[in-house]
Write a protein of this length. Sequence first.
Length: 351
Amino acid sequence: MQRNLLITGGAGFIGSHVVRRFVNKYPQYRIINLDALTYAGNLENLRDIENAPNYTFVKADICDAEAVAKVIKEHGIDGIIHLAAESHVDRSITDPLSFVRTNVFGTVTLLNAAKEAWKSAMEGKRFYHVSTDEVYGSLHDDSLFLETTPYDPQSPYSASKAASDHFVRAYGNTYKLPFVVSNCSNNYGSHHFPEKLIPLMINNLRNSKPLPVYGKGENVRDWLWVEDHASAIDTIFHNGKNGETYNIGGHNEWKNIDLVHLLCSIMDKKLGRAAGESAKLITYVTDRAGHDLRYAIDAGKIERELGWKPSITFEVGLERTVDWYLANTEWLEHLTTGAYQQYYKEHYAQR
Ligand code: NAD
Ligand code: TYD
């Protein structure tokens, strides 16, 4: 079957894995990647598929109603996978309004455009909203987040994602927009911007810089390999039921400090350092304001109903991830020097 899919945020971490998967796996689909190329968007993430005949990149902001409507019309879009977002909790603490702008206003702008474009024939259309487990809040016992867990967001980031989830469901209820939502746990893998825990630690380990652990390092996150998230998105997009929510997770909880120690021991081996040398870089720093204690997903529904589960263990995924960063130091250098932002400025200024 032929489809024209709009993927938003496809130049970011998870979006680039989703775009790559769809471009390679579905040559009969036309994949349109719409991304504003903020600091987190990097077209180098998609070098390997940028010339594929079924792939088009459009630089646009999801808050720009005219631009979004034009793309949907011009390309006859019949499915949307929406990943574009401001995604870093620490940034949301210093600048909450940019999260409201992109995550709430931007999502509603996209919903409006889809509703308008599809109003005469909703059949066969699909708006897939990619969200986070952080909307459920912070766990203080040994329970797990279910799809029915009440929303209780605690950071400006998770509050903005929760608001966007509510708008998607409201458009489904009010305008009968066909939608699915998924809420996923923390992702790790290649092409992850080095301001998030795992790539930041790998980069600092590589450069023998301090490893900043917030508070006592006792916060717990449930880690999933990014390519497994992309495969879950593929499964839900094609087989999920309209109006449903699916939690996605790796059944893989780690205390931050244990995870940092594991990374240190992997890096000792990879870099030929004496055992225990990297761990000396661990530095406890002031805790994040309102730091959520624990996230953990019950991913039973997607396994039971759609047959999806993670394909690799954390140990395998983490080693692959470390290998990727060590083999792609140029990618890291470009991001950390801001060279790629300069390239965009020059490149797009000429158009
Ligand atoms: P990211 O920050 O790496 O990428 C976000 C992308 O969106 C970037 O390419 C950026 O340029 C683009 N973007 C930002 N604002 C935009 C705008 N106004 N218009 C158009 N494009 C814009 O984020 P990520 O980690 O890849 O996350 C992608 C999605 O998955 C987000 O919706 C996030 O909430 C969700 N999510 C992330 C995780 C995780 O662990 N990273 C876990 C669960 C869910
Ligand atoms: P992060 O990667 O920012 O993801 P999120 O906050 O969305 O879960 O952080 C993961 C965990 O690691 C979180 O508990 C905060 C902690 N953390 C540190 O201890 N040090 C750091 O430098 C960063 C970026 C995060």
